[in-house]
Design a binder for this molecule. Structure first.
Ligand SMILES: O=C(O)CCC(=O)C(=O)O
Ligand SMILES: [Fe+2]
Length: 382
């Protein structure tokens, strides 16, 4: 390990297969440690070429898309429901994401998730490594950093912790759950159970408002087999936010993504809307729901996955906890067509794909320049 005069530099080790099929290991600075050491100069490996740098983004003029979950579920006195359903369809199609208020997840549960993440990231680097295994599979599980593909690419200003929460058996025998703080796993599993319930409700409501049978999307999500990966994205304060990205532009290879962020007053996530990057604002007690590529496919494009990226801040640390909800890896998914909708059946924009094949192709393609680079894998040739 290299040493500077006063400070030790810590690295994540990222493995990848190079263009010649050779396994390579790349050492990548741990950004949290760079920030702890108070670096003033951004290491060159993080500097983006001019055209990739984040130009200032505008807060959205007008109310940011928000769904009131209590209204959406208002089955007893369904006065607000039709309006909320209409909003759901519109946001899913026009934005691919929305904030969720009155989501029904207890504030204490959300608080405990943030505390557990704080607890883990307040450990020293070596302690974190001892507390959880590093990435050991193509799933990128464990504590480490974002997927890296070549030595030359601009690095994202991020450290990460990824755990497959469901199905629980997939993580058995793998060293992926942090042992510190002690309640980390318990807290996350409780939150994920609640989040799954909310996501299932959204999938049902979306099918309903699109005129499909209520379980049209949910039927792909066999409860004991469907997958939820939890990814904690940690962005340390960055000396030059104007030159870097926290995460490259991308859509998620999930059906739905469900996120919280450390502190609702911080910003970082941006979504492309009408060809402009718009900053996602995060009112108190709200959570975020994003349409991923797989739901775009299932809905034949009536829900559109969000093309998004993350920018960093100078003096502010931020983290997000993203849950990626997917059908079982071996499941075949495809566009759902309503009974009697023969016209649509003959006009499908997407084809059937096996979830695992879609995800594998996604990682092969990443980092993508534009959304089409990912989703083309599931498009029909029309
Ligand atoms: O940090 C965020 O808010 C977004 C993270 C994200 O896009 C991801 O984990 O896929
Ligand atoms: Fe994402």
């Amino acid at each position: 390990m290299a040493r500077t005069e006063q400070n030790e530099i810590f690295f994540h080790e990222a493995s990848f297969i190079d263009e010649n099929g050779q396994p390579q290991t790349h050492k990548i600075p741990v950004i949290q440690e760079l920030a702890r050491q108070g670096i003033q100069h951004l290491p060159q490996c993080f500097v983006r070429p001019q055209h990739e740098r984040p130009s200032p983004s505008l807060p959205y003029e007008g109310p940011f898309p928000t769904i009131n979950m209590a209204n959406l579920l208002d089955l007893e006195e369904p006065v607000h429901r039709p309006r909320e359903l209409a909003k759901l369809a519109r946001y899913a199609e026009e934005w691919g994401l929305f904030m969720l208020e009155n989501h029904g997840i207890d504030k204490e549960v959300v608080r405990s998730v943030k505390d557990a993440v704080d607890g883990f990231f307040s450990l020293g680097f070596e302690e974190k490594k001892l507390s959880v295994g590093t990435y050991r599979s193509v799933d990128n599980l464990g504590y480490g950093r974002n997927y890296v593909k070549s030595r030359g690419q601009s690095l994202e200003w991020i450290d990460r912790l990824t755990v497959r929460v469901a199905p629980a058996r997939d993580s058995e025998g793998l060293d992926v759950w942090p042992r510190k703080p002690l309640n980390f796993r318990e807290v996350m599993e409780k939150y994920v159970n609640e989040a799954r319930r909310v996501m299932d409700d959204i999938l049902e409501a979306l099918a309903e408002v699109l005129g499909l049978e209520r379980l049209s999307f949910l039927k792909f999500f066999e409860p004991n087999e469907s997958v939820i990966n939890m990814r904690v994205n940690y962005y340390a304060p960055c000396p030059r936010p104007d030159l870097v990205l926290g995460i490259n532009p991308h859509s998620d290879a999930s059906a739905l993504t469900f996120s919280l962020q450390s502190d609702t007053t911080t910003q970082g996530l941006q979504v492309l809307k009408n060809n402009k990057w718009v900053t996602v604002t995060w009112p108190n007690d709200t959570l975020l729901v994003m349409v991923g590529d797989l739901l775009e496919i299932m809905s034949n494009g009536r829900a559109q996955s969000a093309w998004h990226r993350v920018v960093t801040q100078k003096d502010v640390e931020r983290f997000s906890v993203a849950l990626f909800y997917n059908p079982p890896l071996r499941a075949q998914i495809g566009p759902v067509v309503g009974d009697g909708d023969e016209e649509v059946r003959n006009e499908l924009n997407y084809k059937k794909v096996v979830v695992e094949d879609y995800v594998q192709n996604y990682y092969k393609v990443a980092p993508a320049k534009e959304k089409e680079d990912f989703i083309a894998f599931a498009k029909t040739n029309k």
